[in-house]
Design a protein around this ligand. Structure first.
Ligand SMILES: [Fe+2]
Ligand SMILES: [Fe+2]
Length: 172
């Protein structure tokens, strides 16, 4: 079993992943409200992925006979200035999550929680990918600016993302 400190921080990370999931869902709702259905789909898939990350740590804690403690989720931001601001927030969120994963890895290392180190390696790799993807999308939105034809193309491109998106209109 892990030390209390390691368990506490793993529980914090479950919360962080669920907060990400909830934030992405609010971003998806904003995009759908403004008829960016491709973006809405992409963000809803992302929300599901973050839920999956939370559940991955949840299951890991159960497997290690640790106590799962679920915590409250703050209400996400629901309004944005523009579609690019949505993805800027996504990028910002991913950088913050990466920092938390790195801190957690350092703690697990210091506490000699070797099983947690192995588990967290998956998350470190995942964060590299997630930051890169968010950065690319922000760059693309900055490139197209407010050109309607290019915006529509980009929305369509994001709408082509595959993955679990329960009941997402764009996937139907
Ligand atoms: Fe995540
Ligand atoms: Fe993420």
């Amino acid at each position: 079993m892990f030390t209390q400190t390691v368990q506490d921080r793993l529980n914090d990370q479950i919360n962080t992943e669920f907060v990400s999931s909830y934030n992405y869902l609010a971003m998806s709702a904003y995009c759908e409200r403004h008829n960016f259905l491709g973006c809405a789909h992409w963000l809803r898939v992302q929300s599901q992925e973050e839920y999956g990350h939370g559940m991955k740590i949840y299951q890991f804690m159960q497997d290690r006979n640790s106590k799962v403690v679920l915590k409250a989720l703050p209400a996400p931001r629901v309004d944005f200035q523009s579609i690019v601001e949505v993805f800027e927030q996504a990028l910002e969120q991913e950088s913050q999550v990466s920092a938390k994963i790195n801190d957690l890895y350092e703690l697990a290392f210091n506490e000699k929680a070797f099983a947690a180190l192995v588990e967290l390696q998956w998350f470190i790799t995942e964060q590299v990918e997630e930051e890169r993807t968010a950065r690319e999308i922000v760059a693309k939105f900055n490139m197209v600016k407010s050109d309607p034809a290019a915006l529509l193309d980009l929305d369509r491109e994001l709408g082509a993302r595959t993955g679990a998106s329960a009941a997402a209109p764009a996937a139907e």
